[in-house]
Design a protein around this ligand. Sequence first.
Ligand SMILES: [Zn+2]
Length: 101
Amino acid sequence: MKIKSNDTIVVIKGKDKGIKAKVERVYPKSGKVLAPTVNKYKKHMKKSESNPQGGVVEVPRPLKISNVMLVCPKCKKPARIGYEIVDDKKYRVCKKCNKRI
Ligand SMILES: [Zn+2]
């Protein structure tokens, strides 16, 4: 996974295209990331003890990793990511500014 939690991403496909968000969780098995401020969908809730009114709440859905791009913290641009291995450590490298992320 090129994207990790707490990374800033920008959505490149779908209804929130162009919006930046912070990644809260990553799901390596399904190749998805969850950013709570984007890709929200309305969900109808039944009345329950914790939600006595019932009604509609907005719930964020995980985004496919192919629908987001990492925003490089160094150059602040959406960037493709490469890897650099130095002394057996793997670093992510921004392909725009060539800095380690
Ligand atoms: Zn960069």
